[in-house]
Design a protein around this ligand. Structure first.
Ligand code: CP3
Length: 341
C-alpha cells in the first residue's frame, strides 16, 4: 500500500481533498544537488547506474515533497537498445551520429530483449521503489513512437522535425516499419517496468503537435493506442501529447487513465473536448515559473479552480526549465498543498 496515494486516486477519478502535484522533468538541472552529480558523471552513466538514477529520482521529492516521483532516465534509452547509436552532447542535447535514412537502415533496427539491453532501468526501478519506501507512487515513462522516430531520423533536436516528416511522407512503408518496431519495444519495456514496480506509465509525445490532425492519426496516435491497449490492464497509462489538443476527444476514449495537456489550451476547453470524462494533467506554462512566488501561487489556485480539484493532476504544460529559481518551484508545489485550506 502506498501511503500518499493521491496521484493514484486522481487517476481513478476518485474525490480528493486537493489534487496531487508533480512536475515534468522534476529531476533536473534547476536543482543544485542534481548539478553536483551532473558535473561528476556523464548523462548515460547517470541513466545506467541504478544508484545514481534512483538518487536523482528522489532528490526533488526530498526538497519539495511532490505526490509522485518519476524515474530518472530518458526516452532515448529505447532507440539505444534497438541498435541505434545515441549520444548526449553537452550544450546541444541528443545527437545520433548515424540517423536512419531508408528501409535498409530500418532493417538494421532490432526489437531487443529488454532485460539484456535495458536491465539497468529495471534495477533502477527496483532500487528507487526501495528508497521511496511506499511513501509515494513511482511513474515510469517512454517516448511515443513518433517522438522517438523524430530523433532517429532528424538525428538531433529541431524546431519542426522537417526531415522526420519528409521521411514519413516520402517513405511511408519504411516509416511504419520503424514505428511498429519502436511500438513493440516500448510495449515490452513498459510492461517490464510495471513488473519491476512502477505504479503508472506516462507516454511523452513531445513532438505530436508537429503533425497535422490527419497525419497525427497515421503516424502517432495509432501507435500510442496500441501501447495503451497493451498496458491498460497492467497499470494506469497517461498520454501527454504536446500541442495535441486537436486530438483530445479521441484520446479521451482510448482507455488511458489520464491525458496531459500543455498551456496552449484553457482548462475549460480541455474539459469540453474530453467531455469531462477523464483525468487531466497540466498545464502551467513552464516559463510562468519565472513570475514572483506570490503570482505563481495565485495562478496555480486559479488553474485548480478552472480544472476542478477532482479528476485532475497539477503539473506543468511541459518540462521545467533549467534556470527556474528554487523558491519559485517551491511556490508551485506549496500552492497545491495549501489549496482549499
Ligand atoms: O522528468 C524527469 O524528471 C525524469 C527524467 C527525464 C529526462 N528526460 C532526463 C533528462 C524525462 C522524463 C525525460 C524525457 C525526455 N527526454 C523527453 C520527453 C519530455 C519532454 O521534455 O518533451 C524528450 C523529448 C527527451 C529527449 C532529451 N533528453 C532532450 C531533448 C534532452 C536535451 C534537452 C534538455 O532538456 O536538456 C535530453 C537530456 C536530458 N534528459 C536531461 C535530463 C535531466 C538534461 C541533460 C543532462 O542532464 O545532462
Amino acid at each position: 500500500m502506498i501511503k500518499n496515494d493521491l496521484y493514484l486516486r486522481a487517476l481513478k477519478g476518485e474525490t480528493v481533498d486537493r489534487p496531487p502535484v508533480w512536475m515534468m522533468r522534476q529531476a533536473g538541472r534547476y536543482l543544485p544537488e542534481f548539478m553536483k552529480l551532473k558535473d561528476k558523471y556523464d548523462f548515460f552513466t547517470r541513466c545506467q547506474t541504478p544508484e545514481l538514477a534512483s538518487e536523482i529520482t528522489v532528490q526533488p521529492i526530498r526538497r519539495y515533497g511532490m505526490d509522485a516521483a518519476i524515474l530518472f532516465s530518458d526516452i532515448l534509452v529505447v532507440p539505444q537498445a534497438m541498435n541505434i547509436e545515441v549520444e548526449m552532447k553537452p550544450g546541444l542535447g541528443p545527437w545520433l551520429p548515424n540517423p536512419i535514412r531508408n528501409m535498409k537502415d530500418v532493417e538494421q533496427v532490432i526489437v531487443p530483449d529488454i532485460d539484456e539491453t535495458l536491465g539497468y532501468v529495471m534495477d533502477a526501478v527496483k532500487l528507487t521503489k526501495e528508497m521511496l519506501n511506499d511513501e509515494i507512487p513511482l511513474i515510469g515513462f517512454a517516448g511515443s513512437p513518433w517522438t522517438i522516430l523524430c530523433y532517429c531520423i532528424q538525428g538531433q533536436g529541431s524546431k519542426n522535425f522537417d526531415m522526420a516528416k519528409e521521411f514519413c511522407f516520402t517513405q511511408p512503408v519504411a516509416a511504419h516499419t520503424l514505428l511498429q518496431k519502436i511500438t513493440d519495444t516500448t510495449i515490452a519495456y513498459l510492461k517490464r517496468k510495471v513488473e519491476c514496480g512502477v505504479n503508472a506509465v506516462q507516454i511523452f509525445d513531445s513532438w505530436g503537435g508537429m503533425l497535422s490532425p490527419v497525419d497525427y492519426q497515421e503516424f502517432s496516435w495509432k501507435y500510442i493506442q496500441q501501447i495503451i491497449d497493451a498496458l491498460k490492464d497492467d497499470a494506469p497509462v497517461i498520454a501527454f501529447g504536446k500541442g495535441c489538443w486537436f486530438a483530445l476527444e479521441e484520446m479521451s476514449t482510448s482507455g488511458a487513465s489520464a491525458l496531459g495537456v500543455d498551456w496552449t489550451i484553457t482548462p475549460e476547453k480541455a474539459r469540453l473536448y474530453t467531455n469531462n470524462s477523464i483525468t487531466l494533467q497540466g498545464n502551467f506554462d513552464p516559463t510562468r515559473l519565472f513570475s514572483p512566488p506570490a503570482v505563481i501561487k495565485t495562478k496555480v489556485t486559479e488553474m485548480i479552480d478552472a480544472f476542478g480539484k477532482d479528476k485532475y493532476i497539477v503539473n506543468l504544460g511541459h518540462g521545467i526549465l533549467p534556470n527556474i529559481p528554487l523558491d519559485n518551484a517551491k511556490a508551485f508545489i506549496d500552492a497545491v498543498k495549501e489549496y482549499g485550506q
